[in-house]
Design a protein around this ligand. Structure first.
Ligand SMILES: NC(=O)c1ccc[n+]([C@@H]2O[C@H](COP(=O)([O-])OP(=O)(O)OC[C@H]3O[C@@H](n4cnc5c(N)ncnc54)[C@H](O)[C@@H]3O)[C@@H](O)[C@H]2O)c1
Length: 307
């Protein structure tokens, strides 16, 4: 299949592009390199530097006649979304809508959208299933929810096949340690530079971390099985920030210092998702345990430092 991967120069999109190439597909990556890196684009993929918010992007999608589109390009810095919601919405709402419209015009057979459990807002039921109330509490979650609603509209009204995959906290090789989210990459980079990371609060807050290789596999299965609908992609297994620090220290083989600062306002105590619906439908299961995934991520960061 000829597949467009948007955001394929970023963290998750580059792994998805790689999984598609390994499965024998013809992959085209579109990314404006605002947050991604040219060297993340896997060899074998065609790279086009372009913004998904441009008219040129619409013309490009229609002209190329893709069989499938996997959409990972997004603005995803939560704090920036609070300060500049119009910027966030321009990419996440209007860019995604532009993509859906161009895909419908050119009869793309399968679409996969990267969404987030940030659309849920406060987690009131754990583990959160797809029936969990949706009440996003930051513009980033609102913009991703708007994308989901446009996908629902296209599915219901125009019969498009669209898988909306909501991830919890993704981690692994190539995660940008200079972003504001991604505690594993951020803490790891600080440890490797001899800096002391700050844990907000006592470190007991729990998150559901899923490895990027498991996420890429879910994207491959969503393509192959032509999944349509909204699904949670997660591990249903929560680890605290203190657990993450302990796993990083074990993988690095030393007792790096951490600093405790004030808890962040609005930081939920626990998040955890259920992947039962996606597992029942497709057979996918997360394979990588957190300690193994962290150890493998540490190896990648160390290796990168030597290249
Ligand atoms: N990392 C996570 O834990 C996580 C969790 C839930 C959902 N997601 C979603 O997964 C997707 C990928 O996230 P990531 O962690 O790989 O982030 P990332 O920043 O590494 O990747 C996003 C890519 O999109 C590109 N991009 C941004 N604006 C663009 C534009 N206007 N036109 C073209 N390209 C543009 C960036 O340059 C970057 O390469 C996003 O949609 C995000 O909302 C990520």
């Amino acid at each position: 299949m000829k597949i467009l991967v948007t955001g394929g120069a970023g963290f998750i999109g580059s792994h998805v592009a790689e999984a598609y190439l390994n499965a024998g597909h013809d992959v085209v990556v579109v990314d404006d390199l605002s947050m991604g890196f040219r060297q993340n684009v896997p060899g074998g993929a065609r790279f086009v530097e372009m913004s998904i918010t441009s008219d040129a992007f619409t013309e490009f999608v229609i002209g190329e006649r893709f069989d499938a589109i996997n959409h990972h390009a997004a603005h995803m810095e939560l704090r920036v979304s609070v300060d500049k919601p119009v910027h966030d919405a321009t990419i996440n709402v209007l860019g995604s809508l532009r993509l859906l419209e161009a895909a419908r015009t050119s009869s793309v057979g399968q679409i996969i959208l990267a969404s987030t459990t940030a659309v849920l807002g406060e987690f009131v039921d754990l583990p959160a299933t797809e029936a969990h109330p949706v009440r996003p509490i930051a513009p980033y979650g609102v913009s991703k929810r708007a994308m989901e609603l446009y996908a629902d509209y296209e599915r219901i009204t125009h019969g498009m096949s669209i898988a909306t995959l909501r991830y919890t906290n993704v981690y692994g090789p190539r995660q940008n340690p200079n972003g504001e989210s991604g505690v594993i990459a951020i803490f790891l980079e600080k440890f490797l530079k001899g800096a002391v990371p700050t844990i907000h609060g006592d470190g007991s807050q729990e998150r559901d971390y899923v490895h990027v290789h498991d996420v890429a596999k879910a994207n491959l299965i969503a393509l192959e099985q032509r999944v349509s609908g909204t699904y949670h992609i997660c591990r249903n297994s929560a680890a605290s920030v203190n657990d993450v620090v302990a796993a990083l220290r074990a993988a690095l083989g030393n007792q790096n210092d951490v600093h405790h600062g004030p808890a962040k306002a609005g930081d939920p105590a626990r998040t955890r998702g259920s992947h039962d619906a996606f597992t029942s439908f497709t057979g996918w299961r997360p394979q990588i345990e957190l300690a193994d995934g962290i150890s493998q991520t540490v190896d990648w960061f160390l290796q990168r430092g030597r290249t």
